[in-house]
Design a binder for this molecule. Structure first.
Ligand code: ADP
Ligand code: MG
Length: 334
């Protein structure tokens, strides 16, 4: 788009060259043409479908102004790769749209370091983007591919399916409360190792790409848990026109969460955001296969409940009695 050249117009291209081109770095084969032309060129595997997702991080809303730039680079891409994982897609590449209040080379170098470290681990190259002046905003669009019919769609849960969760939820929520100085979190008296584990979960989520791709075509519905387990499962239930029963005692609990009161613990487990774990549904016949896939992927999975024909989400205690849960998930416009 034509813009009126600012006095430092050259700065935009210099910035892209310094931080977002990588001389000598070879692109993976699917990226035929990367940063520098009018468009990038991607070559998906013949017969595959494209999976595309876009996520935006805004300063003051998704991260604080003093956030470490390398951590932010990691997280900006991680939340997008997590969407590919939740669909069962293999990453092909991504674009980066940046609004920056000023050119800060130290900040940009740190941001690019965190971003490329994660991108390289998943052979997901930066292939283009846009750069403009404005309040700090980071927007990634990620491109992936999958075999037709294999996607983990939200509308594919059926009554009788098991509900599975990768990893465990709640630590990022606890980290947020620790940073905010919330009494209930401080009262847990976490040792530095436990607190550190929570902060890492919040800052440096690991997209479950290996697991997600292995589940494509095996599991049916899937979603990544970004806004809280209950809320995100709710999206599957709505899209599929079904309900679910979850076993409270089946939810995996991190050591740090053991130290909370039962109510706060459950609130973190069920409603804490920023987990980036996979929640998926599969017929009981697939149990052994899913256990094997999880072992192969090196990501633990837990069966936490089942899909029901009766709509709504019900939490069951060890006796099978329905319990009402405290709190709720996060909604930017609620
Ligand atoms: P155009 O005017 O054609 O949109 P730009 O001047 O915006 O092109 O960008 C020049 C090239 O640099 C393009 O290949 C674009 O994809 C790439 N690019 C711009 N900003 C970024 C960025 N933040 N990260 C990666 N590539 C970028
Ligand atoms: Mg442009």
């Amino acid at each position: 788009m034509p813009t009126i050249p600012a006095p430092e117009a050259d700065g935009e291209f210099g910035l892209i060259r310094r931080h977002f081109t990588r001389p000598g770095h070879t692109l993976p084969p699917q990226a035929v043409l990367g940063v520098g032309d009018d468009c990038a060129l991607l070559q998906p595997t013949p017969g595959h479908q494209l999976a595309i997702s876009c996520d935006m991080l805004v300063e003051g809303r998704h991260f604080l102004p003093d956030a470490d730039p390398a951590t932010l680079g990691h997280k900006t891409l991680a939340v997008n790769l997590s969407d590919l994982a939740a669909m069962g897609a293999r990453p092909l590449g991504f674009t980066l749209a940046l609004a920056l209040p000023a050119v800060d080379d130290t900040w940009l170098a740190g941001f690019a370091r965190g971003l490329f470290a994660l991108a390289d681990r998943h052979a997901c190259p930066l292939i283009g983007g846009d750069t403009t002046r404005g309040p700090l905003t980071l927007c990634v669009t990620v491109f992936g591919e999958l075999a037709p019919g294999s996607a983990l769609r939200r509308d594919a849960a059926r009554a009788g399916h098991d509900v599975w969760l990768s990893g465990r939820t709640g630590e990022a929520r606890l980290a947020l409360a620790l940073r905010a100085g919330d009494d209930w979190a401080l009262a847990a008296g976490l040792d530095p190792a436990q607190a550190g584990a929570c902060h890492r979960r919040m800052d440096a989520p690991e997209p479950r790409l290996v697991l997600g791709q292995a589940l494509a075509g095996v599991a049916h519905a899937g979603i990544d848990v970004s806004d809280g387990l209950a809320g995100d499962l709710g999206h599957i239930l709505t899209a599929s026109g079904v309900g679910a029963e979850l076993q409270i005692d089946a939810l995996p609990v991190a050591p740090a969460l053991e130290r909370l009161t039962a109510t706060r613990r459950l609130e973190c487990l069920a409603h804490g955001g920023d987990d980036y774990e996979l929640l998926f549904c599969a017929p009981p016949e697939q149990r052994a296969r899913i256990e094997a896939i999880a072992a192969q992927a090196g990501t633990p999975v837990t069966r936490i409940g089942r899909i029901t024909a009766e709509p709504g989400l019900r939490w069951l205690d060890a006796q099978g009695a329905v319990q009402t849960l405290p709190g709720r998930g996060f909604d930017h416009f609620a």
